[in-house]
Design a protein around this ligand. Structure first.
Ligand SMILES: Cc1ncc(COP(=O)(O)O)c(C=O)c1O
Length: 448
């Protein structure tokens, strides 16, 4: 800490219990971010770093977007809050219309929540409400997938498949959840794009339906590309198979697009990119460029209609919602994002840049401590060799990279790379160069 500008460090770091953080490690050697503009972050040591994970996938349109700041400020002056139950304001309806222009198929009914986790909980509840409305209350089971991440509420933790997130809470998780195997096979080595093998893993859903009765399963939830476990790209044909099995048994298919939504794959959603339409889709993060929390759940029209039709006029049809469901500031930020998407042709921009990014990413293949690389669109995962520090390699490598000026998220032994869509080629070059330096420094420290 000797070179730190201590004026930027709070008097005490003890009271704040930080999320998903090695609190003890951090408090000995804090990494405080003091500013952000475009693709760059500044830390408390005054060092500029390039943001290689779009701030947890939240800010693909760049930090400090004036249009968003102005929209939020204007909204605060005009209407700072209005209760979302039994009343509303125009913006949330306008936003729903705009979002529905991008969603696949007829996923045109939009519910708002407050983050990705609450979007997943909402999707789970809507699935149950839909089946119940149609007289199929026996459908209580949910199918998730190993190495899936669906947020940290009880429902999302239950259907998720990241061991450390589950272990501590195992005795309070939802009953009736079954997991399919993940799709990452040993032969999936250094593949950019979709692996050719592994589509048959979707038959896990068929087996689960056979074992437990397909008529008892409410929904199957997957991230089209598993993001938090390091860009596990679905094998060719895998998602289509899941769709077919869901259709066969009347199971709802939920795509959790909290990461893949809003251009990460080069299409609006991974659904369009892979040509498979789910019944329900969740979004968060980039919806507001991460500046105000917001979750979105898009449902097929028939799901909405079934729930509406099951209740008499004047009754609340769905007993679910949040104090902060679609509040004015979040809506204002999301509407500003919609303008940016349109004006800057964001999806095509992401698609074009992804070719350059993928090429750069795979140049890191020659580094000794790199075990594997996966990538799709503007997403990449780099696995570190685990023979020295299994489970810790990602974090140790992240720290080495942070020191050389590239910031991202690491999980377990994997580095998660997700550049902003506004990146130019020179920014991608900078990310890749700094990753190389950081990873090599990490590797040298291992040998010392
Ligand atoms: C696919 C997916 N679903 C849900 C979530 C949870 O979102 P939040 O942290 O906003 O609750 C995340 C967060 O990373 C995610 O990646």
């Amino acid at each position: 800490m000797s070179s730190a500008d201590t004026s930027k460090i709070p008097n005490s770091l003890q009271e704040h219990w930080m999320p998903f953080t090695s609190n003890k490690d951090f408090k000995e050697n804090p990494r405080l971010i003091t500013g952000a503009k475009g693709v760059y972050l500044t830390n408390h040591k005054g060092k500029t770093m390039i943001d290689a994970s779009s701030g947890l996938f939240c800010n693909p349109f760049g930090h400090g977007r004036k249009e968003i700041t102005e929209a939020v400020s204007k909204q605060l002056e005009q209407l700072d809050y209005c209760q979302p139950f039994q009343q509303g304001f125009g913006g949330s309806f306008d936003l729903a219309t705009k979002i529905s222009r991008h969603t696949p198929g007829n996923l045109n009914r939009i519910f708002y929540s407050i983050c990705g986790s609450s979007a997943v909980e909402t999707a789970i509840k809507i699935s149950i409400a839909y089946h119940r409305a149609r007289g199929e209350s026996q459908r209580f089971r949910f199918v998730g997938r190993e190495r899936g991440y669906h947020g940290m509420n009880i429902g999302g933790t239950s259907v998720g498949g990241m061991i450390n997130n589950v272990k501590t809470f195992a005795n309070v998780l939802m009953p009736g959840v079954v997991h399919m195997r993940h799709t990452h096979l040993p032969e999936h080595k250094f593949i950019s794009g979709q692996p050719e093998t592994g589509a048959e893993i979707a038959n896990d859903l068929e087996r689960i339906a056979t074992n437990f009765g397909g008529e008892n399963i409410a929904a199957c939830i997957v991230e089209p590309i598993a993001g938090s476990t390091g860009t596990l790209v679905p094998p060719k044909g895998y998602l289509k198979k899941l769709r077919e099995i869901c259709d066969k048994y009347g199971i709802l298919l939920i795509f959790d697009e909290v990461i893949t939504g809003w251009g990460r794959t080069g299409s609006a959603f991974a659904s369009q990119e892979f040509g498979v339409t789910p019944d329900i889709m969740t979004m968060a993060k980039a919806t507001t460029n991460g500046v105000v929390p917001m979750g979105v759940i898009a449902c097929k029209e028939e799901i909405y209609d079934a729930v509406m039709d099951a209740s008499p006029k004047g009754a609340v049809e769905l007993f679910h919602g949040y104090t902060y469901s679609g509040i004015p500031v979040a809506v204002a930020a999301a509407l500003a994002v919609q303008d940016i998407i349109e004006k800057e042709d964001i999806f095509n921009r992401a698609k074009e840049m992804s070719l350059y990014f993928q090429k750069g990413l795979f140049t890191l293949k020659d580094i000794d401590v790199v075990e594997n690389i996966r990538g799709y669109g503007m997403m990449g995962g780099i696995d570190m060799k685990t023979n020295v520090k299994p489970g810790k390699a990602g974090f140790e490598c992240f720290k080495a990279c942070y020191e050389v000026g590239v910031n991202f998220k690491a999980t377990g032994d994997c580095l998660i790379i997700a550049p902003q869509f506004i990146c130019e080629k020179k920014h991608i070059d900078e990310i890749i160069d700094k990753l190389r330096t950081g990873i090599l420094n990490y590797s040298k420290n291992l040998k010392n």
